[in-house]
Design a protein around this ligand. Structure first.
Ligand SMILES: NC(=O)C1=CN([C@@H]2O[C@H](COP(=O)(O)OP(=O)(O)OC[C@H]3O[C@@H](n4cnc5c(N)ncnc54)[C@H](O)[C@@H]3O)[C@@H](O)[C@H]2O)C=CC1
Ligand SMILES: Nc1nc(O)c(N)c(N[C@@H]2O[C@H](COP(=O)(O)O)[C@@H](O)[C@H]2O)n1
Length: 623
């Protein structure tokens, strides 16, 4: 019998979180990782949780194809592993990536300094299919390259100044302004040649909310009056208006005193970068206009062509001497190119081996369900231990299995652990794979949400803990901490966690053993928009969830088995024993559709747990 029957989630607003607005309400796009050989197909996005009522619920989510994200496969170690006790020693080394042949081979400076995945991210910011959360820094980096799409309508700021909301409409929503045909032209003016574009043709509208906290975020979402898609593509806008990122490139080069035609020639030498930045329709007149503005202040400067370029009649500016462009870099240049990567040093290369075997066990985010898809995923010794002793982190996954685990993380909306694991491991619980679900995509947007089961509020929220550092560095999300009504959370702690983008969720449902009811936890997560949860541990959490009371909530299990025995002192994963009605012992649980897959020195066991038809909460999509 339940001691309390109402499930409720409170984000403890009552405890005094003035000045902090909820910076959630966001769309996560999962599984957007694509290998060079397209081994993995992108998946759909999910609504994480609603920030405020005027965010539109997305009706459908669309696969993301992150083409540029994985171009750079430089090898990097994981700085955090050195502190862990490793029983996986001797496993094969991590995959060493290569510097792609075309990466940064320019010896003379390029006019471009495009941020990573620019074309992809321009498209995401143009389409705004689902609410997007990015860091302020990312916003300031990417927005100038897409600002040609938008015209600001109005702005609001919160009283405390933490939060600013700007409302934008698509440029093509503006009504057409035609000059009166009858009005006489001013003296000396020729009639305008420019074709007047038809206005009012696209009713796309967004709002951009800036939230300033320990981790400043910007969320971008369609407003309720907006249509779902633009009535035109991004090229159409790029043809009509240049973005300010592109124009800034031209301005920077102009103020060096170069001829517009020389600048234009240099731009055209890197058509891919130009196209990525939205410059497919860039003209020499665009450069001339920028240059002319600067020349008003600097009329005495004699404009020159770039070194190695000169004017040749009939051909305009052409390259006359080798400038080192497209020549092979020296070893020194190569070394500096690999070390100056913008990705964090703990980035993991995307697996080069196939992980197709996992697909039947992965969440299908297009399904509409009452409860999230739940995957149990942990690493175990041969004697079913997950660590050498309580409170001790033990590495059981070899390099390949570790990449697989991070791939799994990229495919789930949330990663859940018990507080015992957090206290023992101080984990990051982010996805460190290179690509959209991990590093190098849109910051934290595609990262899974860490969830900690901590009924008594034992986790000491501290800026130095890894999850919060990870959040501040934009490498992951701050956690949601699931607490019971009895947990004493002081307002400073609450405000600190919220400032990092995390929160406390209070659950008031218990089972007969005064344990939080998992049903209530999953329902609470679902109501916050979480569609899939990967549960990593520890022993208490996993063993409890493998009991009959909860197996109807568990979809899949993915266990990394390590070739080692940790011994009796280790932390066990084992459900309660089971007997038939006559008292004869039975197997406690037999997963279905089992697959075993060797991965390096580990073997991965995948299986399904929830029987088809049991708690089949799939809701038919509404039309
Ligand atoms: N090899 C692997 O894949 C993994 C290993 N680990 C290891 O597991 C060990 C930690 O395991 P445990 O100590 O068992 O801790 P745990 O991580 O399972 O957390 C247990 C705590 O969570 C809370 N809790 C969990 N379920 C609850 C419920 N239904 N109601 C109320 N409270 C609940 C309680 O406070 C309980 O003390 C560590 O040594 C860690 O390194 C952890 C995760 C993965
Ligand atoms: N898959 C797996 N293999 C192991 O050998 C492990 N020790 C774990 N532990 C889990 O991973 C968490 C660490 O995550 P970060 O790397 O810090 O992000 C740890 O807390 C366990 O949940 N998992």
């Amino acid at each position: 019998m339940d001691h309390a029957s109402t499930a409720s989630v409170s984000s403890l607003e009552a405890c005094g979180n003035e000045g902090f607005s909820h910076n959630g309400g966001l769309m996560q796009v999962k599984g957007a990782l694509v290998t060079d050989d397209q081994t993995f197909q992108p998946q759909c996005g999910t609504q994480e949780h609603a920030m405020d009522q005027d965010l539109q619920q997305p009706e459908t989510t669309t696969p993301i194809n992150l083409s540029g994200a994985l171009d750079k496969q430089a090898s990097r170690g994981d700085e955090n592993d050195s502190t862990q006790h490793s029983v996986a020693a001797g496993l094969s080394p991590a995959h060493i990536g290569n510097v792609p042949a075309d990466q940064g081979l320019k010896a003379t400076p390029s006019l471009f300094n495009n941020p990573p995945n620019l074309a992809r991210i321009r498209k995401v910011l143009f389409e705004c299919k689902d609410p997007i959360e990015i860091s302020l820094e990312e916003f300031e980096t990417y927005w100038p390259f897409i600002d040609n799409v938008w015209v600001k309508q109005r702005s609001n700021a919160s009283k405390e100044g933490h939060c600013t909301t700007d409302y934008y409409m698509c440029r093509l929503r503006r009504p057409t302004h035609r000059t009166s045909e009858t009005r006489p032209l001013p003296e000396g003016k020729r009639p305008r040649k420019k074709r007047v574009r038809e206005g009012g043709i696209c009713n796309f509208q967004i709002k951009v909310v800036r939230f300033e906290g320990a981790y400043s975020t910007v969320t971008i979402a369609r407003t309720p009056g907006s249509c779902n898609v633009h009535s035109h593509d991004l090229d159409y806008i790029d043809r009509v208006k240049r973005n300010s990122g592109l124009m800034e490139y031209a301005r920077k080069e102009s103020i060096k005193g170069y001829l517009p035609s020389s600048i234009y020639t240099k731009f055209q030498e890197e058509p891919e970068k130009l196209g990525e930045a939205g410059g497919r329709f860039f003209t020499v007149t665009d450069v001339r206009n920028i240059s002319a503005k600067w020349r008003i202040q600097n009329p005495e400067v004699d404009l020159v062509a770039h070194e190695g370029y000169e004017y040749q009649k009939g051909h305009g500016i052409v390259k006359t001497k080798s400038t080192g462009v497209n020549e092979a870099p020296s070893p020194k240049q190569l070394a500096s190119l690999t070390s100056s990567s913008s990705l964090p040093s703990d980035t993991l290369s995307f697996p080069r081996f196939s992980l197709d075997f996992l697909h039947p066990y992965l969440p299908d985010h297009s399904e509409r369900r009452e409860f999230p898809h739940v995957t149990l995923s942990y690493a175990s010794s041969m004697d079913s231990k997950i660590s050498l002793q309580p409170g001790m982190q033990t590495v059981l996954s070899g390099p390949e299995a570790k990449l697989m685990t991070h791939y799994l993380r990229s495919r789930h909306d949330a990663i859940l652990v018990g507080v015992g694991t957090v206290l023992a491991d101080n984990p990051g619980l982010n996805c460190r794979l290179e690509g959209a679900g991990g590093f190098g995509g849109l910051g934290r947007m595609w990262q899974p949400r860490p969830v900690i089961i901590d009924p008594m509020g034992r986790w000491p929220v501290h800026p130095e803990c890894r999850m919060l550092r990870t959040a501040v560095e934009g490498k992951g999300k701050a956690p949601w901490v699931v607490v019971s009504p009895g947990a004493q959370i002081n307002p400073q702690t609450l405000m600190m966690l919220k400032g990092y983008g995390g929160d406390f969720l209070r659950i008031v449902e218990y089972n007969q053993h005064w344990r939080l009811r998992w049903e209530a936890v999953f329902r609470a997560l679902a109501s916050e928009g979480i569609k899939s949860v990967m549960i990593e541990g520890g022993g208490t959490v996993l063993s409890e969830l493998l009991n009959p009371e909860y197996t109807s909530f568990i979809d899949s299990i993915v266990v990394t088995v390590a070739p080692t025995y940790l011994g009796r002192g280790g932390v066990n994963v084992s459900p309660d024993s089971k007997q038939d009605p006559e008292g004869t012992p039975n197997a406690a649980l037999n997963p279905r559709d089992v697959k075993w897959m060797p991965l390096g020195q580990n073997v991965i066991m995948c299986g399904k747990i929830r029987s088809p038809g049991v708690r089949e909460e799939t809701i038919q999509p509404s039309h």
